[in-house]
Design a protein. Structure first.
Length: 228
């Protein structure tokens, strides 16, 4: 704990399961769970506000902290702008421009938030997840991933809330694993689009199959998000 004693709000990391007492004590001494580092809790005026940044005991507490965070910011800092007019059709609408309307929606969210998570404990278990995983954040050496960068601002959160396919392999189009019947009749430029779609489809398909076997909890989360 002496290494992390200067992190305000941090608590010693607790372990569960059949772990020898000496290892449990070593983990408590070396590791802590700190307040969340997500940028949404620190950007602009929020960095100076006394917000609930965790650590949280239950996943529902995290969901409710989102409401409390935005309510506090609106009450202290929200301002109105000029209403929409013919001269500026892209200006915010009267409702969008009204802090009370935002607070009303947040109050409604707070009522349903505790019921949004699934009942499966595995889906609610906290996971450290990289939410910006693209080619620029990966280093490759000898054909293997040697390093992943840009972890700042990431956090541990319920798997159901952040277990999303990485941008690197994301594809939400129709899965196409074969060339169209008239593929040979297309010119080079016309062939490029089905080739691209088929390449993305195959990558998505194989990753889906691999996750279903190697990481079933993530696969279940992924499928739930896709279906919803």
């Amino acid at each position: 704990m002496e290494v992390w004693s200067d992190i305000k709000g941090a608590v010693p990391a607790e372990t569960c399961g059949e772990i020898p007492p000496e290892i449990r004590d070593e983990i408590r001494r070396r590791f802590v769970i700190s307040p969340v580092a997500l940028r949404d809790y620190w950007n602009n005026e929020r960095a100076e506000m006394a917000l609930d940044r965790g650590p949280w005991q239950q996943p529902q507490d995290y969901l409710l902290s989102l409401d409390r965070r935005e309510e506090a910011w609106i009450q202290q800092y929200a301002t109105t702008t000029t209403s929409r007019s013919e001269d500026c059709p892209q200006a915010p609408s009267a409702t969008q421009n009204d802090p009370d309307s935002h607070l009303s929606l947040l109050h409604k969210y707070a009522k349903v938030a505790p019921h949004l998570l699934p009942t499966d404990p595995a889906m609610n278990a906290p996971h450290l997840w990289h939410t910006d995983l693209h080619a620029g954040n990966l280093f490759i050496q000898d054909g293997r991933v040697s390093s992943v960068i840009d972890w700042q601002g990431q956090c541990r959160a319920p798997l159901m809330l952040q277990g999303r396919p990485p941008q690197l392999v994301h594809y939400d189009g129709e899965i196409i694993l074969r060339n169209p019947e008239n593929f040979d009749d297309l010119d080079a430029q016309e062939k490029s689009r089905p080739r691209e779609r088929m390449g993305k489809s195959m990558l998505s398909y194989f990753i889906n199959c691999g996750l279903r076997i190697g990481a079933p909890f993530f696969w279940k989360s992924w499928i739930s998000l896709w279906r919803n």
